[in-house]
Design a protein around this ligand. Structure first.
Ligand code: IMP
Ligand code: MG
Length: 174
């Protein structure tokens, strides 16, 4: 089967929206330092673009959890593959996610990170598929709400491919 990618959100649209969200974050965290927690691997492109546009002091850490295999639907199992390097005590933590689907990964993460004594925890996501939500989670910053389609690009993969696309697309099969 031949695969091709249909563009859902162009590079310009995505970058423009990230600029807006970064401005909002910079205003909301005025006088503070924001500690970005990137959820690997999908969140990494978004986090870099976001961080470059935030004007308050920024620190960063990375963690890797897995809830998906090569399949395109949630297993419901969340495993920590790589933990954060630094403690979160008294930090203003902003979790940076690529996409919120069922909400399972995020709700698990928030509960786990809350126990590490941060001053605050908020969530910023590039994409949200509200129709797919199974677990209720509070998302503070959302760039785009999208329909229930499997998307790739800007960090998101289909079987580990397409993360490097500078836009958001949908894989279609002929
Ligand atoms: P959740 O736990 O169901 O919310 O799933 C979150 C994770 O599933 C995301 O961080 C992605 O890694 C992956 N995921 C969910 N939907 C998509 C998609 O449309 N494309 C690529 N990955 C997805
Ligand atoms: Mg993710």
């Amino acid at each position: 089967m031949a695969e091709h990618v249909r563009i859902m959100l162009s590079e310009e649209e995505v970058n423009q929206k990230i600029q807006q969200i970064a401005k909002q974050i910079s205003e909301d965290y005025a006088g503070k330092q924001v500690h970005l927690v990137c959820v690997l691997k999908g969140g990494v492109f978004f986090m870099c673009e976001l961080a470059k546009r935030i004007t308050v002091p920024v620190s960063m850490d990375f963690m890797c959890v897995s809830s998906y295999g090569s399949e395109t639907k949630s297993s419901g199992v969340v495993k920590i593959v790589k933990d954060l390097d630094e403690p979160l005590d008294n930090k203003d933590v902003l979790i940076v996610e690529d996409i919120i689907d069922s909400g399972r990964t995020l709700s698990y993460l928030i509960e786990m990170l809350k126990k590490r004594g941060p001053e605050s925890i908020r969530v910023c996501t590039l994409l949200d598929k509200p129709e797919r939500r199974v677990v209720d989670v509070n998302v503070d910053y959302t760039c785009f709400e999208i329909p229930d389609e499997f998307v790739i690009g800007y960090g998101l993969d289909y079987d580990q491919r397409y993360r490097n696309l500078p836009y958001i697309g949908v894989v279609e099969f002929d």
